[in-house]
Ligand binder design. Sequence first.
Ligand code: 13P
Ligand code: ZN
Length: 273
Amino acid sequence: MKDILTADFMTEMIRTTGNMYRQGWDERNSGNISLLLDETEVKDYVNLKAVLRSLPTGFKTPELDGKYFLVTGTGKYFKNVEYAPEVNLGLVRLTDGGGTAELLWGLTDGGGLTSEFPAHMMSHDVRLRIDPMHRVVMHCHPANLLAMTFVHSLDEREFTRTLWQMCTECIMIFPDGVNVLPWMLCGTNAIGEATAEKMKTARLVVWALHGIYGAGRDLDETFGLIETAEKGAEIYLKIAHLPRLNHITDDMLHQIERRYGVKAREGYLAQAR
Ligand code: 13P
Ligand code: ZN
């Protein structure tokens, strides 16, 4: 067996959790990540027949049966992942129609998977049907997006339009916009189902008064997606109370659509003239 700590997916996960912590998105144990891996990627690093523990998930996602995920543990601090990946992360395989997660590596202190495992797996299920290249679900608590949910309308079109209007390139990074869930109790199957439903139409889902979920093809891209939305929210909070003299108009956003071949979510921009 090769040393799993040298695997590309592990190095990338360690870098990503450290970067997210340093962005201020993941205080204490906040945030969680799950990365879908192919069996071919993991087979040289773990004994696929040696199940260390069987963890009941409390939900079913039959389409994900037999799939492998590198996941952050519940109560674990992102800032500590780089120092003790084997304690703070777990590599699991889903069985029993998603009802059981078989631990193959990690969580060496006896810890469990992130409490948001339902939202992660249900979101993977939805996003994989839309994009076979999908791999990552990422949750965190970026301060500006979170703050924005206290003072901005939670209407998805309005929320999205405000972010698009804050940085010229926002619309290029998330043309499908940002969906928004009202406050719900976290760590439940119910918020998992609601998040996955929202993931059908956008790769970003804000949890009002809590944080955000992002989905993407790799860790870097998903990080960048959240980073861009968070930048938009930061600009909004810097200018919201000031007289606004200049604007990013719908006409400008249509120009970006044409020049860069992106298509804004249907009905979110005024008709092009
Ligand atoms: P976990 O520590 O269980 O991953 O929970 C953190 C979090 O952000 C809950 O929403
Ligand atoms: Zn959270």
